[in-house]
Design a protein around this ligand. Structure first.
Ligand code: ZN
Length: 319
């Protein structure tokens, strides 16, 4: 039995239980939050995190993988508070969530030095605590795989090789970042079964998604509720066809929900709901609407549910 690091310490892989593979208990810019703290209400953020994590727990979720990295305001102490108060395990990451920008600090240091920072988070602990990161996070978005993005990917790959930790990469199917991201991991020698390409469900282009699956990575159908990228019905049709084609063992289903997020003024949430940009976005949407719909379509049974929500995250995290 392998162990998995959570914010409450190492647990047996068998105790991960039902996992949401991609949710954020809080998402905010750490620089803005540090410089202008009066603009944030930590109690409100905590209340929101507890509310949504408890709602997920009511659907049987025992573990949440939270890929909040640098620039998403990663705060492992906050995550531990949420885990302690809800009883739901939280798996934290290390890495850098940037679509291109790098601080001069990392711009002027090489890939291996960046990787050393990640290794320390995985082997010793994050942010001055003994809470260890369990996986690595990087991102590519509309700008594509820029020089800085590639540097972060290579550093994640090297830290993965040194520690055995798995990798999650935010991707943008609209500009087809996935194949290039996988190329980089492969060039660095990472076993592709340790890699999860997030947000593949933002497209219904089956050949694009299957192209990634064929290379051996996990693909995230992990933004249910974010209608601005793809509506639920289209996400479900894609998931159903992938299940029909026998890909259950490489799919992650989640919501990329943020219990709180500072990207927009608070009133924007209502505007997004009203305009249909988001719909029922939460930490429970997949259990309330997606799993029932896939069961009704006859493409999901107890075995494939278990595969997607228990076995895949466990295998990805532990190999
Ligand atoms: Zn995310």
């Amino acid at each position: 039995m392998a162990e998995v690091q959570t914010v409450q310490g190492a647990i047996d892989e068998a105790d991960l239980g039902i996992v949401l593979a991609h949710e954020h208990v809080r998402f905010r810019d750490e620089a803005v939050a540090e410089e202008f703290p009066s603009r944030y209400d930590e109690q409100l953020e905590l209340d929101a995190a507890l509310l949504h994590v408890r709602a997920a727990a009511a659907h049987g979720v025992r573990t949440i993988v939270d890929p909040t990295a640098m620039f998403g305001g990663r705060d492992v102490r906050f995550m531990k508070r949420v885990a302690d108060e809800t009883g739901v395990g939280i798996v934290a990451c290390t890495g850098i969530y940037s679509y291109d920008y790098l601080p001069h600090y990392f711009e002027n240091r090489d890939i291996d030095t960046m990787a050393d920072h990640f290794v320390e988070d995985i082997e010793r602990g994050c942010q001055g605590t003994d809470i260890r990161a369990a996986f690595l996070k990087c991102a590519a978005d509309a700008a594509g795989v820029t020089e800085n993005v590639e540097k972060i990917h290579r550093a994640c790959a090297r830290a993965s090789l040194q520690t055995g930790a798995s990798i999650m990469a935010h991707s943008m199917p609209a500009v087809a970042t996935g194949p290039r991201q996988v190329d980089i991991f492969e060039e660095e020698g990472v076993e592709l079964a340790r890699v999860q390409i997030a947000h593949c469900g933002d497209t219904d282009d089956l050949s694009y998604i299957e192209g990634l699956i064929d290379r051996g990575v996990y693909v995230g159908l992990d933004r249910y509720g974010l209608e601005m990228f793809l509506p639920i019905e289209k996400r479900n049709a894609t998931a159903a066809e992938l299940l029909r084609r026998g890909h259950a063992s490489q799919l992650m289903i989640s919501q990329d929900f943020c219990a709180s997020i500072d990207w927009f003024p608070p009133e924007a949430a209502e505007t997004f709901e009203a305009s249909g940009g988001i719909r029922n976005w939460s930490m429970t949407l997949v259990f309330e609407e997606v799993v029932p719909a896939l069961r009704e379509m006859g493409v999901m049974d107890d075995a494939s549910f278990n595969e997607i929500f228990v076995e895949n995250p466990r295998r990805w995290l532990t190999a």
